[in-house]
Design a protein around this ligand. Structure first.
Ligand SMILES: Cc1ncc(COP(=O)(O)O)c(C=O)c1O
Length: 370
Protein backbone atom coordinates (compact mmCIF):
# COMPACT_ATOMS: atom_id res chain seq x y z
CA UNK A 1 0.00 0.00 0.00
CA UNK A 2 1.20 3.46 -0.92
CA UNK A 3 1.79 5.96 1.89
CA UNK A 4 -0.02 9.21 1.34
CA UNK A 5 2.40 11.28 -0.75
CA UNK A 6 0.91 14.43 0.72
CA UNK A 7 1.65 13.29 4.27
CA UNK A 8 5.19 12.34 3.24
CA UNK A 9 6.00 15.65 1.58
CA UNK A 10 4.43 17.54 4.47
CA UNK A 11 7.18 16.01 6.62
CA UNK A 12 9.78 17.85 4.47
CA UNK A 13 8.23 21.25 4.92
CA UNK A 14 8.50 23.97 7.53
CA UNK A 15 6.39 26.92 8.59
CA UNK A 16 7.74 29.03 5.68
CA UNK A 17 6.70 26.50 3.02
CA UNK A 18 3.90 27.61 0.73
CA UNK A 19 1.71 24.54 0.59
CA UNK A 20 -0.79 23.93 -2.19
CA UNK A 21 -0.59 20.24 -1.20
CA UNK A 22 -3.03 19.18 1.55
CA UNK A 23 -6.80 19.63 1.49
CA UNK A 24 -6.50 22.00 4.41
CA UNK A 25 -9.11 24.58 5.41
CA UNK A 26 -7.98 28.13 6.24
CA UNK A 27 -7.32 28.06 10.00
CA UNK A 28 -7.96 31.81 10.21
CA UNK A 29 -11.59 30.94 9.55
CA UNK A 30 -12.02 28.39 12.33
CA UNK A 31 -14.84 29.71 14.57
CA UNK A 32 -12.54 29.81 17.60
CA UNK A 33 -14.73 31.78 19.98
CA UNK A 34 -17.88 29.79 19.21
CA UNK A 35 -16.02 26.49 19.56
CA UNK A 36 -14.45 27.59 22.86
CA UNK A 37 -17.94 28.35 24.14
CA UNK A 38 -19.28 25.05 22.78
CA UNK A 39 -16.53 23.04 24.50
CA UNK A 40 -17.01 24.97 27.76
CA UNK A 41 -20.74 24.25 27.62
CA UNK A 42 -20.05 20.53 27.02
CA UNK A 43 -17.69 20.40 29.99
CA UNK A 44 -20.36 21.74 32.35
CA UNK A 45 -21.71 18.20 32.35
CA UNK A 46 -19.27 15.54 33.64
CA UNK A 47 -21.17 12.97 31.59
CA UNK A 48 -19.60 14.41 28.44
CA UNK A 49 -16.31 12.78 29.52
CA UNK A 50 -17.88 9.35 30.02
CA UNK A 51 -17.91 6.42 27.55
CA UNK A 52 -20.64 6.89 25.01
CA UNK A 53 -22.78 5.03 22.45
CA UNK A 54 -21.13 3.49 19.36
CA UNK A 55 -23.45 5.03 16.81
CA UNK A 56 -22.96 8.56 18.16
CA UNK A 57 -24.77 10.89 20.56
CA UNK A 58 -28.47 11.20 19.84
CA UNK A 59 -28.81 15.03 19.83
CA UNK A 60 -26.09 15.35 17.19
CA UNK A 61 -27.57 12.56 15.07
CA UNK A 62 -30.94 14.34 15.23
CA UNK A 63 -29.46 17.65 14.05
CA UNK A 64 -27.62 15.96 11.16
CA UNK A 65 -30.78 14.05 10.20
CA UNK A 66 -32.62 17.35 10.17
CA UNK A 67 -30.13 18.88 7.71
CA UNK A 68 -31.10 16.16 5.22
CA UNK A 69 -34.85 16.36 5.89
CA UNK A 70 -34.78 20.14 5.40
CA UNK A 71 -33.34 19.52 1.92
CA UNK A 72 -36.20 17.12 1.11
CA UNK A 73 -34.16 13.97 1.79
CA UNK A 74 -36.17 12.41 4.64
CA UNK A 75 -33.82 11.18 7.37
CA UNK A 76 -34.13 10.27 11.05
CA UNK A 77 -31.47 9.78 13.73
CA UNK A 78 -31.68 6.00 13.05
CA UNK A 79 -30.28 6.64 9.58
CA UNK A 80 -27.12 8.25 10.97
CA UNK A 81 -23.91 6.60 12.19
CA UNK A 82 -21.36 9.05 13.60
CA UNK A 83 -17.78 8.20 12.60
CA UNK A 84 -14.29 9.49 13.41
CA UNK A 85 -14.11 11.60 10.26
CA UNK A 86 -15.38 10.41 6.89
CA UNK A 87 -12.09 8.51 6.57
CA UNK A 88 -13.42 6.08 9.19
CA UNK A 89 -16.75 5.90 7.37
CA UNK A 90 -14.83 4.72 4.29
CA UNK A 91 -12.83 2.33 6.46
CA UNK A 92 -15.95 0.74 7.99
CA UNK A 93 -17.72 0.36 4.65
CA UNK A 94 -14.58 -1.07 3.03
CA UNK A 95 -14.05 -3.65 5.78
CA UNK A 96 -17.67 -4.69 5.58
CA UNK A 97 -17.41 -5.11 1.81
CA UNK A 98 -13.99 -6.76 1.80
CA UNK A 99 -13.37 -8.97 -1.25
CA UNK A 100 -16.09 -7.30 -3.35
CA UNK A 101 -15.69 -5.03 -6.38
CA UNK A 102 -16.09 -1.29 -6.73
CA UNK A 103 -16.32 1.21 -9.57
CA UNK A 104 -14.33 4.40 -8.89
CA UNK A 105 -13.54 7.65 -10.65
CA UNK A 106 -10.02 7.96 -12.10
CA UNK A 107 -8.36 9.95 -10.59
CA UNK A 108 -9.86 9.74 -7.12
CA UNK A 109 -9.20 10.29 -3.41
CA UNK A 110 -6.10 8.36 -2.37
CA UNK A 111 -7.37 7.70 1.18
CA UNK A 112 -10.29 5.73 -0.27
CA UNK A 113 -8.24 3.91 -2.93
CA UNK A 114 -5.81 2.74 -0.25
CA UNK A 115 -8.65 1.32 1.85
CA UNK A 116 -10.12 -0.55 -1.13
CA UNK A 117 -6.72 -2.12 -1.78
CA UNK A 118 -6.20 -2.98 1.88
CA UNK A 119 -9.55 -4.80 1.93
CA UNK A 120 -8.99 -6.70 -1.32
CA UNK A 121 -11.75 -4.80 -3.06
CA UNK A 122 -11.32 -5.02 -6.82
CA UNK A 123 -11.31 -1.51 -8.30
CA UNK A 124 -12.87 -0.93 -11.73
CA UNK A 125 -12.11 2.58 -12.95
CA UNK A 126 -14.00 5.06 -15.09
CA UNK A 127 -12.41 8.35 -16.11
CA UNK A 128 -12.92 12.01 -15.37
CA UNK A 129 -11.50 14.05 -18.23
CA UNK A 130 -11.55 17.82 -18.46
CA UNK A 131 -13.88 17.91 -15.45
CA UNK A 132 -16.40 15.47 -16.96
CA UNK A 133 -17.26 12.01 -15.66
CA UNK A 134 -17.50 9.50 -18.49
CA UNK A 135 -20.98 7.97 -18.02
CA UNK A 136 -20.50 5.44 -20.76
CA UNK A 137 -17.48 4.01 -18.92
CA UNK A 138 -19.30 4.30 -15.59
CA UNK A 139 -22.15 2.17 -16.90
CA UNK A 140 -19.75 -0.42 -18.27
CA UNK A 141 -17.94 -0.85 -14.93
CA UNK A 142 -21.09 -0.51 -12.79
CA UNK A 143 -22.38 -3.65 -14.50
CA UNK A 144 -19.50 -5.69 -13.09
CA UNK A 145 -19.19 -3.99 -9.67
CA UNK A 146 -20.96 -4.47 -6.35
CA UNK A 147 -20.45 -0.83 -5.35
CA UNK A 148 -19.77 2.60 -6.89
CA UNK A 149 -17.59 5.15 -5.09
CA UNK A 150 -18.14 8.77 -6.14
CA UNK A 151 -17.25 12.26 -4.95
CA UNK A 152 -19.83 14.23 -6.97
CA UNK A 153 -19.23 17.67 -5.42
CA UNK A 154 -15.97 19.49 -6.26
CA UNK A 155 -14.15 16.21 -6.40
CA UNK A 156 -10.84 15.46 -4.78
CA UNK A 157 -8.53 15.76 -6.69
CA UNK A 158 -10.09 17.19 -9.90
CA UNK A 159 -12.51 19.76 -8.44
CA UNK A 160 -15.09 18.35 -10.91
CA UNK A 161 -18.81 18.50 -10.16
CA UNK A 162 -21.33 16.02 -11.55
CA UNK A 163 -24.31 17.97 -12.98
CA UNK A 164 -27.85 17.18 -11.84
CA UNK A 165 -28.89 15.36 -15.03
CA UNK A 166 -25.93 12.99 -14.75
CA UNK A 167 -26.72 12.46 -11.06
CA UNK A 168 -30.19 11.23 -11.99
CA UNK A 169 -28.68 8.97 -14.65
CA UNK A 170 -26.16 7.53 -12.17
CA UNK A 171 -29.00 6.83 -9.70
CA UNK A 172 -30.82 4.97 -12.50
CA UNK A 173 -27.69 2.96 -13.34
CA UNK A 174 -27.37 1.95 -9.65
CA UNK A 175 -31.00 0.82 -9.62
CA UNK A 176 -30.72 -1.01 -12.92
CA UNK A 177 -27.68 -3.04 -11.83
CA UNK A 178 -28.44 -3.27 -8.09
CA UNK A 179 -25.19 -1.46 -7.33
CA UNK A 180 -24.77 0.22 -3.93
CA UNK A 181 -23.57 3.82 -4.06
CA UNK A 182 -20.97 5.28 -1.69
CA UNK A 183 -21.34 9.04 -2.10
CA UNK A 184 -18.46 10.83 -0.37
CA UNK A 185 -19.49 14.45 0.15
CA UNK A 186 -17.15 16.31 2.53
CA UNK A 187 -17.09 19.39 0.24
CA UNK A 188 -20.79 19.58 -0.66
CA UNK A 189 -21.54 22.65 1.49
CA UNK A 190 -18.62 24.59 0.01
CA UNK A 191 -20.39 25.62 -3.20
CA UNK A 192 -19.72 29.03 -4.75
CA UNK A 193 -23.10 29.47 -6.41
CA UNK A 194 -25.69 26.87 -5.49
CA UNK A 195 -25.99 23.38 -3.99
CA UNK A 196 -26.97 20.37 -6.12
CA UNK A 197 -29.10 17.45 -4.92
CA UNK A 198 -27.08 14.45 -3.86
CA UNK A 199 -27.29 11.25 -5.93
CA UNK A 200 -28.23 9.39 -2.71
CA UNK A 201 -31.43 11.44 -2.43
CA UNK A 202 -32.69 9.63 -5.57
CA UNK A 203 -31.78 6.17 -4.21
CA UNK A 204 -32.30 6.52 -0.49
CA UNK A 205 -32.46 2.79 0.27
CA UNK A 206 -29.37 1.72 -1.64
CA UNK A 207 -26.77 4.37 -0.86
CA UNK A 208 -24.29 5.49 1.77
CA UNK A 209 -24.02 9.27 1.93
CA UNK A 210 -20.86 10.36 3.78
CA UNK A 211 -20.52 13.74 5.47
CA UNK A 212 -17.84 15.39 7.59
CA UNK A 213 -17.25 18.43 9.80
CA UNK A 214 -13.56 18.48 8.76
CA UNK A 215 -13.86 20.91 5.87
CA UNK A 216 -16.71 23.04 7.22
CA UNK A 217 -15.76 23.30 10.90
CA UNK A 218 -12.35 21.85 11.83
CA UNK A 219 -10.59 18.59 10.89
CA UNK A 220 -9.11 18.13 14.38
CA UNK A 221 -12.60 17.44 15.75
CA UNK A 222 -12.54 14.16 13.79
CA UNK A 223 -16.29 13.88 13.40
CA UNK A 224 -18.03 12.65 10.28
CA UNK A 225 -21.03 10.45 9.58
CA UNK A 226 -22.75 7.94 7.32
CA UNK A 227 -26.36 8.46 6.21
CA UNK A 228 -27.98 5.21 5.03
CA UNK A 229 -31.12 3.10 5.34
CA UNK A 230 -31.48 1.27 8.68
CA UNK A 231 -30.86 -2.06 6.90
CA UNK A 232 -27.58 -0.92 5.39
CA UNK A 233 -26.45 0.87 8.55
CA UNK A 234 -27.23 -1.79 11.15
CA UNK A 235 -24.37 -4.25 10.35
CA UNK A 236 -21.84 -1.40 10.23
CA UNK A 237 -22.37 -0.48 13.88
CA UNK A 238 -20.67 -3.71 15.04
CA UNK A 239 -17.61 -2.77 12.94
CA UNK A 240 -17.57 0.73 14.40
CA UNK A 241 -17.75 -0.70 17.92
CA UNK A 242 -14.86 -3.09 17.26
CA UNK A 243 -12.72 -0.32 15.78
CA UNK A 244 -12.86 2.40 18.43
CA UNK A 245 -15.96 1.86 20.65
CA UNK A 246 -17.19 5.32 19.70
CA UNK A 247 -16.14 8.65 18.17
CA UNK A 248 -14.72 11.26 20.56
CA UNK A 249 -17.86 12.24 22.43
CA UNK A 250 -16.51 15.55 23.72
CA UNK A 251 -16.09 16.67 20.08
CA UNK A 252 -19.59 15.42 19.34
CA UNK A 253 -21.05 17.37 22.29
CA UNK A 254 -19.21 20.54 21.26
CA UNK A 255 -20.38 20.24 17.66
CA UNK A 256 -23.92 19.71 18.94
CA UNK A 257 -23.75 22.92 21.03
CA UNK A 258 -22.29 24.80 18.04
CA UNK A 259 -25.02 23.57 15.68
CA UNK A 260 -27.83 24.14 18.17
CA UNK A 261 -27.76 27.79 17.15
CA UNK A 262 -28.51 27.28 13.43
CA UNK A 263 -27.73 30.87 12.48
CA UNK A 264 -24.23 30.33 13.86
CA UNK A 265 -23.45 27.50 11.39
CA UNK A 266 -25.23 29.22 8.49
CA UNK A 267 -23.20 32.39 9.05
CA UNK A 268 -20.01 30.38 9.30
CA UNK A 269 -20.72 28.50 6.04
CA UNK A 270 -21.46 31.77 4.23
CA UNK A 271 -18.15 33.18 5.43
CA UNK A 272 -16.27 30.09 4.22
CA UNK A 273 -17.96 30.17 0.80
CA UNK A 274 -17.28 33.89 0.30
CA UNK A 275 -13.66 33.59 1.36
CA UNK A 276 -12.89 30.46 -0.66
CA UNK A 277 -14.65 31.86 -3.73
CA UNK A 278 -12.51 35.03 -3.53
CA UNK A 279 -9.37 32.89 -3.24
CA UNK A 280 -10.45 30.70 -6.15
CA UNK A 281 -11.01 33.76 -8.36
CA UNK A 282 -7.67 35.24 -7.35
CA UNK A 283 -5.92 31.92 -8.02
CA UNK A 284 -7.49 31.88 -11.52
CA UNK A 285 -6.22 35.39 -12.16
CA UNK A 286 -2.71 34.51 -11.05
CA UNK A 287 -2.68 31.27 -13.06
CA UNK A 288 -3.77 33.07 -16.22
CA UNK A 289 -1.15 35.77 -15.68
CA UNK A 290 1.89 33.68 -14.66
CA UNK A 291 1.13 30.12 -15.78
CA UNK A 292 -0.78 30.64 -19.04
CA UNK A 293 0.03 27.14 -20.32
CA UNK A 294 -1.54 25.45 -17.29
CA UNK A 295 -4.80 23.90 -18.55
CA UNK A 296 -7.46 23.74 -15.86
CA UNK A 297 -11.19 23.70 -15.23
CA UNK A 298 -12.48 26.41 -12.92
CA UNK A 299 -13.95 24.73 -9.79
CA UNK A 300 -17.55 25.48 -8.77
CA UNK A 301 -16.73 24.98 -5.08
CA UNK A 302 -14.52 22.99 -2.75
CA UNK A 303 -10.78 23.36 -2.31
CA UNK A 304 -8.95 22.23 -5.46
CA UNK A 305 -7.71 23.22 -8.91
CA UNK A 306 -6.65 20.40 -11.20
CA UNK A 307 -4.86 20.76 -14.50
CA UNK A 308 -1.78 19.83 -16.51
CA UNK A 309 1.68 21.23 -17.22
CA UNK A 310 1.31 20.50 -20.94
CA UNK A 311 3.47 17.36 -21.10
CA UNK A 312 6.05 18.34 -18.44
CA UNK A 313 6.47 15.78 -15.62
CA UNK A 314 4.86 17.27 -12.50
CA UNK A 315 7.09 15.29 -10.11
CA UNK A 316 10.21 16.82 -11.71
CA UNK A 317 8.75 20.29 -11.22
CA UNK A 318 7.83 19.49 -7.62
CA UNK A 319 11.39 18.34 -6.83
CA UNK A 320 12.60 21.81 -7.82
CA UNK A 321 9.82 23.90 -6.27
CA UNK A 322 10.24 21.98 -3.00
CA UNK A 323 13.78 23.42 -2.80
CA UNK A 324 12.28 26.89 -3.27
CA UNK A 325 9.64 26.30 -0.58
CA UNK A 326 6.53 25.55 -2.65
CA UNK A 327 4.69 22.22 -2.73
CA UNK A 328 1.69 20.71 -4.52
CA UNK A 329 0.57 17.17 -5.40
CA UNK A 330 1.29 15.56 -8.79
CA UNK A 331 -1.91 14.08 -10.24
CA UNK A 332 -0.21 10.72 -10.73
CA UNK A 333 -0.56 10.20 -6.96
CA UNK A 334 -4.33 9.98 -7.44
CA UNK A 335 -4.17 7.84 -10.55
CA UNK A 336 -3.93 10.81 -12.96
CA UNK A 337 -1.37 11.48 -15.73
CA UNK A 338 2.31 12.37 -15.18
CA UNK A 339 1.88 16.02 -16.19
CA UNK A 340 -1.24 16.59 -14.07
CA UNK A 341 -1.31 18.55 -10.84
CA UNK A 342 -3.64 19.28 -7.94
CA UNK A 343 -3.42 22.68 -6.23
CA UNK A 344 -5.22 23.45 -2.97
CA UNK A 345 -6.21 27.13 -2.88
CA UNK A 346 -7.98 27.44 0.49
CA UNK A 347 -5.14 27.18 2.96
CA UNK A 348 -2.69 29.82 1.70
CA UNK A 349 -3.04 33.58 2.08
CA UNK A 350 -3.62 35.71 -1.06
CA UNK A 351 0.08 36.74 -0.97
CA UNK A 352 1.18 33.11 -0.73
CA UNK A 353 -1.10 32.14 -3.62
CA UNK A 354 0.56 34.76 -5.85
CA UNK A 355 4.12 33.98 -4.69
CA UNK A 356 3.64 30.22 -4.99
CA UNK A 357 2.40 30.43 -8.57
CA UNK A 358 5.23 32.80 -9.50
CA UNK A 359 7.82 30.31 -8.19
CA UNK A 360 6.17 27.35 -9.96
CA UNK A 361 6.06 29.37 -13.21
CA UNK A 362 9.78 30.20 -13.00
CA UNK A 363 10.67 26.53 -12.50
CA UNK A 364 8.25 25.28 -15.18
CA UNK A 365 9.33 27.70 -17.91
CA UNK A 366 13.05 27.17 -17.18
CA UNK A 367 12.52 23.40 -17.31
CA UNK A 368 10.66 23.66 -20.60
CA UNK A 369 13.48 25.63 -22.23
CA UNK A 370 16.05 22.93 -21.46
C1 LIG B 1 -12.97 12.93 -0.66
C2 LIG B 1 -12.55 12.82 0.77
N1 LIG B 1 -13.12 11.90 1.55
C3 LIG B 1 -12.78 11.76 2.83
C4 LIG B 1 -11.81 12.55 3.39
C5 LIG B 1 -11.47 12.34 4.85
O1 LIG B 1 -11.90 13.44 5.61
P1 LIG B 1 -12.16 13.39 7.16
O2 LIG B 1 -11.80 12.03 7.68
O3 LIG B 1 -11.29 14.46 7.75
O4 LIG B 1 -13.61 13.67 7.33
C6 LIG B 1 -11.17 13.53 2.63
C7 LIG B 1 -10.11 14.36 3.19
O5 LIG B 1 -9.44 15.12 2.57
C8 LIG B 1 -11.56 13.67 1.27
O6 LIG B 1 -11.02 14.57 0.46
Amino acid sequence: MKRSFIREILEHTNSDTISFAGGLPDENLFPMQELKEAFAKSLEDSNSLQYSTSSGILPLKKIIANFYTKEGFFTTADNILITSGSQQALDIISRFNSGKSIATQKPSYLGALNLFELNNIKVNKFSIQKGKTNLYELKRVAMISDLIYLIPDFQNPTGATIPIKQREEIAQICQEYGTILIEDAPYSKLYFKEPINSISSFIQESSFHLGSFSKVLAPALRVGWIRASKELLEPLIAYKEAMDLHTNSLSQQAIYHFLKKPECFDKHLEKLRANYKAKMQYFCKMLDKDLPTFNYIKPKGGMFFYGDFGGVDAKEILKQTLKKGVIFVPGIEFGGKADEVRFNFTHSTFEELAKGIEIIAKVLYNTKKR
